[in-house]
Design a protein. Structure first.
Ligand SMILES: Cc1cc2nc3c(=O)[nH]c(=O)nc-3n(C[C@H](O)[C@H](O)[C@H](O)COP(=O)(O)OP(=O)(O)OC[C@H]3O[C@@H](n4cnc5c(N)ncnc54)[C@H](O)[C@@H]3O)c2cc1C
Length: 328
């Protein structure tokens, strides 16, 4: 029989070494929207070893009641350990929606979880539509939006695109319950993390992103972009794919379909044409300013403020003006 109303939503915390990742609160924000429509109760779930501190942080930052699943196999992330723990937990608890970040770990275990639960799996969700409940994702390089209605009788595992939903501000603090699981030995054992070189930026938490495209003309000219970024607190440098492909900036700077999805308060696109694959990563920015010599550049279709200018002439003036204003 078709169930008319979903009852429970589970949000799985994204964390690294026991520290909650900011995307987790975006998952909670999405869950709240879904809950308004489905009247479903939301619970949080954290997996780790030890898991108490992480669960408490999650309950505090989300306002949700959080269950912490603890087992020594969960000391490092592995899909095998996550699946064993989740299958054990979900054998006793029934949820209608399980919400996971569309991240490196989410990609790794979410499809297998949906298979194990014989559920719906919808990846890269960017939007939710009510009555009947449908989820929207991008396909064909972001050119087409696909609306998917899950089979309501089945559990739905959803992986959410980071940056697609604004994080929540909790009003209350949730409670924490820790469950110690008995899990079999793993077939593979993670030995630890190899840290990447520290990055100078975190695109997802920047309030201002100065994004640079092929129009900059070469790595040796990037100081202009760095100087503009230096004018703002909490700023970061974004890049279009050709800039990354040319090796002018690292992959961690790339915005777009094969890079990151961002929604800063201000996005300044410098010498970027604004192809759809770039747009899908930044079109939810609060204010978009584009500087481009080509009046027909696609970026001007979505920019709130468009400046038809050579960045090499315009940016030094802009930087000087901002510095003068800051010195007042
Ligand atoms: C499967 C797939 C995935 C992709 N994923 C991504 C992705 O994640 N992110 C991404 O960005 N792209 C992605 N792309 C590439 C995308 O299609 C575009 O090629 C790319 O975004 C263009 O980058 P750009 O705007 O820097 O370069 P161009 O399109 O070459 O544009 C450069 C712009 O700079 C302007 N310009 C030149 N000189 C100046 C100057 N002196 N002052 C001001 N303006 C100037 C030009 O008028 C032009 O508009 C993907 C493509 C595919 C097929």
């Amino acid at each position: 029989m078709r169930r008319m109303m979903a009852k429970k939503i589970l949000v799985i915390a994204e964390h690294r070494k026991g520290k909650l990742n900011a995307v987790t609160n975006e998952l909670v924000s999405f869950a709240q929207k879904l809950s308004e429509q489905t009247k479903a109760e939301i619970e949080g779930l954290a997996l780790g070893y030890p898991v108490k501190e992480l669960s408490e942080e999650f309950a505090k930052k989300s306002g949700l009641n959080v269950i912490g699943l603890e087992n020594k196999n969960l000391v490092f992330y592995s899909a095998e350990a996550y699946l064993l723990a989740l299958r054990e937990f979900l054998a006793k608890e029934r949820y209608d929606f399980i919400i996971i970040a569309h991240s490196a770990t989410g990609w790794d275990f979410a499809p297998a979880l949906a298979m194990a639960l014989d559920g719906n799996f919808i990846s890269g969700v960017i939007e939710f539509k009510p009555e009947p409940v449908r989820f929207v994702r991008r396909i064909c390089g972001g050119k087409i939006l696909l609306e998917i209605e899950p089979i309501p009788e089945k559990i739905s595992v959803l992986s959410l695109m980071p940056g697609a939903f604004r994080p929540v501000e909790p009003k209350t603090q949730g409670k924490v319950k820790i469950l110690n699981l008995n899990l079999p030995e793993l077939k593979t054992r993670a030995l630890g993390y190899l840290e990447a070189k520290p990055k100078s930026l975190n695109l997802s938490s920047a309030e201002v992103i100065i994004a640079v495209g092929r129009g900059i003309g070469g790595a040796e000219k990037l100081d202009l972009i760095k100087n503009l970024a230096g004018c703002f607190e909490r700023s970061a440098i974004g890049a279009s794919r050709p800039v990354v492909d040319a090796g002018w900036l690292g992959l961690e700077h790339q915005v777009g379909q094969t890079g990151q999805t961002v929604q800063p308060r201000l996005y300044i696109a410098c010498g970027i044409s604004g192809q759809i694959q770039h747009q899908v990563g930044m079109n939810k920015s609060e204010v978009i300013v584009a500087i481009n010599t080509d009046p027909k550049a696609m970026i001007f279709n979505l920019a709130h403020l468009g400046i038809i200018q050579d960045i090499h002439k315009f940016l030094p003036i802009l930087i000087r003006k901002i510095q003068e204003l800051k010195a007042l």
